[in-house]
Design a protein around this ligand. Structure first.
Ligand code: SAM
Ligand code: SF4
Ligand code: SF4
Length: 345
């Protein structure tokens, strides 16, 4: 099915809570070369082949067509994620296709960084706009534990350096914080990036999926960080650019850069959530904590009429009333959830 790009929807598509569809996170593969304990702990896999066979993945061409349809419906930002997106063969080719869609204002990638030395240059050439690298600590022992024995600090720092040399000037650094695991190393990490153009974002450990042994006592509320950082290096809030921003942004008062706090547990931000998610095999989700998705694959791979795909997306978004983080802990909200490495972070 070849989908010509035609913006046919003059009225913005909105969900039941009047949130437009603006951003799409696409998981391009569910596999990963790490086994982070908070995402894909090795003990949850039990050596089973739980990953999608490669033939089940959307092809580059199918992803391009699907994204064109989402663009028609209002999407302007894409984040490529996974699993580890750089593990997908030929990722620069996919980025090149997406970069050719003129209405897309932003194409970003989230990665654990270790394959950037091989790929950063090609991704830049292909038209990728921005990169977020995940790095939880500078302490080798803690990193080894958190990545399930897979990460080496030097490789991630080499990845960051490769992104810089390829021209990605300002990176975001995603840091998941867990009390008693890496919280004692956070100030060192902040100090390392202070004075650079890169922006560390401290992320509260979230109850995504079912296998990461989430426990509220392990979450460090962002307010604790704001107080501790402010005591060492005074910080002040930066105005939000849009209601859809996930991070509360702060800047160092001495001009040494910016940091962000993603507080899904202590300060949920569902009211401005304009994000949809697509898995590598074409399941469409309207919330990171969903348990059920809509399978678009039959319409993408075997559909004859592009309008059907568009109508299916519209009908799902118009029914959307997700606000899991605001309802967390209420009775009836303890459903089985899709794992984050499958849905896309
Ligand atoms: N593999 C890539 C990476 O790690 O950057 C992309 C996929 S990963 C699922 C996307 C982001 O989700 C990463 O920054 C990761 O740290 C974050 N993440 C994963 N599990 C999380 C959890 N339980 N709580 C908070 N953030 C989490
Ligand atoms: Fe892999 Fe990213 Fe999940 Fe870590 S957080 S296991 S790097 S997908
Ligand atoms: Fe959006 Fe769901 Fe997260 Fe709320 S919990 S911000 S609706 S993804």
């Amino acid at each position: 099915m070849q989908i010509p790009l035609k913006i046919t929807n003059p009225e913005p598509l909105q969900d039941r809570l009047q949130r437009p569809l603006r951003e799409l996170r696409i998981s391009v593969i569910d596999r990963c070369n790490f086994r982070c304990t908070y995402c894909m702990p090795a003990d949850s896999l039990n050596g089973r082949g739980i990953f999608l066979p490669l033939v089940k993945l959307l092809t580059d061409h199918e992803i391009e067509d699907l994204i064109k349809t989402f663009v028609e419906l209002g999407v302007r930002k894409i984040r490529i994620t996974g699993g580890e997106p750089l593990v997908r063969p030929g990722l620069p080719g996919l980025v090149e296709r997406l970069a050719a869609i003129p209405e897309l204002e932003d194409i970003a990638l989230t990665t654990n960084g270790v394959m950037l030395p091989r790929l950063a240059e090609d991704l830049a050439q292909a038209g990728l706009g921005r990169i977020t690298v995940s790095l939880d600590t500078l302490d080798e022992t803690v990193l080894d534990h958190m990545s399930g024995g897979k990460a080496h600090l030097g490789q991630i720092l080499d990845g960051i350096a490769a992104a810089e040399s390829a021209g990605f000037r300002q990176l975001k650094i995603n840091t998941v914080v867990q009390r008693g695991i890496n919280d004692h190393t956070i100030m060192d990490l902040l100090e390392y990036f202070r004075g650079s153009v890169h922006k560390v974002r401290l992320i509260e450990f979230m109850d995504v999926g079912n296998c990461n042994h989430w426990n509220r006592s392990v979450v460090v509320p962002s307010a604790e960080w704001i107080e501790a950082i402010n005591a060492k290096w005074p910080i002040r809030p930066v105005n939000k650019r849009s209601a859809a921003e996930t991070a509360q942004r702060y800047e160092y008062a001495d001009g040494q850069g910016e940091i962000g706090f993603i507080s899904s547990i202590s300060k949920p931000f569902c009211g401005g959530c304009t994000r949809a998610r697509i898995t590598a095999d074409g399941l469409f989700y309207t919330c990171l904590f969903s348990s059920k998705g809509t399978n678009l694959m039959p319409l993408i791979r075997h559909g004859e009429d592009p309008a059907e795909l568009r109508e299916r997306i519209i009908s799902v978004w118009e029914k959307r009333d997700d606000r899991y983080s605001e309802e967390r802990g209420l009775p009836g909200h303890d459903q089985e959830k899709v794992e984050m490495y499958r849905m896309g972070g």
